[in-house]
Design a protein around this ligand. Sequence first.
Ligand SMILES: *Cc1c(COP(=O)(O)O)cnc(C)c1O
Length: 423
Amino acid sequence: MNLSQRDKVYNWHPYTQHKTSSDFPAIIKGKGALLWDENGKEYIDAIASWWVNPFGHSNTIIADAIYKQLTTLEHVLFGGFTHDKAVELSEKLMEILPSNQQKIFYSDNGSTAVEVAIKCSFQYNYNKGIKKTKIIALENAFHGDTFGAMAASGISFFTDAFNGSLLEVVRIPIPTIDNEDKSIAVLTNLVKTNEFAAFIFEPLVLGAAGMVMYQPEVLDKMIAICKQNNVFTIADEVMTGFGKTGKIFATDYLENKPDMMCLSKALTGGTIPMAITSFTQEIFDGFYDDDVNKALFHGHTFTANPSGCAAALASISLLQSQEMQNNIYRINQSHLEFDSKIKNHPKVKTTRVLGVIFALEVTTDSEESYYGSLRNKLYNFFIENGVILRPVGNIVYILPPYIITENQLQKIYQTIENALEIV
Ligand SMILES: *Cc1c(COP(=O)(O)O)cnc(C)c1O
């Protein structure tokens, strides 16, 4: 048996119906934007392995930082102890986060970063004797798969089986250009009830919904409405963070800054699972008390793992280099060129570009479901042609590693053009 076949014996994959899925390619090597499977077939990783990998696979700068850390101090518990890498990483994050962010809480992945933010928004109020146990979220949002994060997520077939066991979330329309007034009106009515602890959102781009985009101006207004009504705002930048939108954070496009931010995915350059939730001083102060019961009783075994922190420090240095900033600019320019070429194609309904993100909606007669037949046809075509793209329903998007070469980008564009001929 080869690896693909052996995999099926014991492995249960995420988001997979094993009865109907085919064998998965077994990847045995990665370098830059490329991956190779056990048969020697080459793939361009056009989605940076679920948006985690800006600086290329097997990046030696990050690998060296991890190796050095592993052979100095691989891990120490963060309850009752600290270490140099957590101190340095928090200092570094303070340089790049919006200036209202003052405290960093470490965890392991995007979902846990969101859990921590939601829990803090509830307990902050609880500590003051106020009962606020509901949150506001956007339709079709994705915030992760643990219970709190899942409750905030709005992609229904991800969560239908758990209805009734989830915390109370009220969803408002995504404030896309046509929906701005409606979305603001719904939010305005909700916040007046004093029942909501927080409004959580993916700023400017909803990733898992299919790179659905909206404008900073409307989000600025929504944050202002929440602030006036004592509803915390949580910017889930797990996908958008670290350069994806063209700035370091999507919130850098805003005048009004959120109270909390969630970061993960590209935080460690796609190497070690790690996440952070950042907070304003005001939120931290809501837990700061002589009463021990007012503390945040939340933690994970690997909280602030030193090797993860070392990886994040190396990643952020890479992100800040002129070379990487040039790459982000170059990818954006190439996307815009491809966009103007493809947007009038008869099979293309709409397109959108922000930073290194490009998305295109394929024209369909029917409502295309998330994992529907058109999606599968496109996905299989891309994989056969050595390009890793995971369409969401009829939406094809590109979110490449920043080190991708111009030739590789052109190959992705060409493959998408070819795919439009077969649908
Ligand atoms: C991926 C993602 C999450 C969940 O992160 P995990 O590491 O998969 O738990 C949360 N929010 C957003 C916006 C994401 O894209």
